[in-house]
Ligand binder design. Sequence first.
Ligand SMILES: CC(C)(COP(=O)(O)OP(=O)(O)OC[C@H]1O[C@@H](n2cnc3c(N)ncnc32)[C@H](O)[C@@H]1OP(=O)(O)O)[C@@H](O)C(=O)NCCC(=O)NCCS
Length: 194
Amino acid sequence: MFRHPVNDHIALKLLELQDAPALYDLIDSGREYLREWLPWVDQTRQVEDTARFIQTALGQFAASNGFQAGILYQGQLAGVVGFHQIDWHNRNTALGYWLGASYQGRGIMTAAVQAMVDIAFNEYHLHRVEIQAAVTNRKSRAIPERLGFTQEGVIRQAERLLDRFVDHAVYGMLAPDWFQYRHSRLDLGNNRES
Ligand SMILES: CC(C)(COP(=O)(O)OP(=O)(O)OC[C@H]1O[C@@H](n2cnc3c(N)ncnc32)[C@H](O)[C@@H]1OP(=O)(O)O)[C@@H](O)C(=O)NCCC(=O)NCCS
């Protein structure tokens, strides 16, 4: 099965049904913190809900429409990063992500998203990757900003979270800009994820 090492501590793996209990536990233990930003958390009430999500994600992978990866940190499931879908005609995609509460603050997601963008451009030969985050979600916005994405605008009231609509900041990365960014980081010997 798909497994993609990111660095000595982090790897991506295609989510499989056997991951459902660990993934559900991660969601359940971070429920209060995750539900502020992720509308599906309150609908995830038992392990079967997580198994259904993984089943759908496997269908997405089988249909060549991207995939959802579990993020392993020192062998433990720490979070998820995934392609929302792939628009093959326009060669673009968008990424979503979350981490278990105790795995924040170590650069895990920045490294995982960098690996996913590499896959999008180097393996899928896409042209554009987009990331959207609520304007007030500073930790999420910091990830595309750290990786050299351009903020292209704000979509008003793009998402309903808990009891309110929130604006989304839209970040985009184009393939030529990514190759230049990655090249310049290698030149600087500044590959922070390693
Ligand atoms: C969004 C989310 C994934 C960000 O998590 P995160 O831990 O801040 O992101 P990273 O794993 O990239 O870690 C970055 C942090 O680690 C620090 N860090 C340590 N080593 C690092 C390294 N080698 N590289 C980059 N950052 C590093 C950074 O300084 C930063 O900490 P700071 O915010 O105190 O400055 C997480 O907060 C989350 O899951 N939130 C809830 C769900 C959510 O909002 N999802 C996104 C919806 S759009």
